[in-house]
Design a protein around this ligand. Structure first.
Ligand code: ZN
Length: 100
């Protein structure tokens, strides 16, 4: 038995868009699918692994494409640069692309 205290999860405070832009002055601008999305750990904005919902055309020999993609704020998201992971809302900074 040890008297170790357990840390409370989810207690880290999220930066706002302005703080993120100050932390990473070199942030690139996103105008389309990744608008207002950035990695809070390393500032990457180029590419993420995101869990998406989509409708595929599936045949016996496989798929040949998807119709449309959609993801919500609670979808899984991982930064391809530093492998930081969380939910999309933790990577979303409202108003970020109006600042950079
Ligand atoms: Zn990152």
């Amino acid at each position: 038995m040890c008297g170790k205290t357990t840390s409370t999860p989810g207690k880290t405070r999220k930066l706002n868009a302005w703080q993120l832009a100050r932390k990473f002055p070199e942030l690139q601008q996103n105008k389309n699918c990744l608008r207002n999305i950035a990695c809070p750990e390393c500032g990457n904005r180029a590419q993420f692994h995101i869990q998406m919902k989509s409708v595929f055309s599936l045949r016996d020999d496989g798929t040949d494409g998807y119709e449309d993609t959609d993801f919500g704020p609670n979808a899984f998201c991982q930064c391809v640069e530093c492998e930081h992971e969380g939910k999309v809302r933790e990577f979303t900074f409202a108003g970020l692309d109006d600042l950079v």
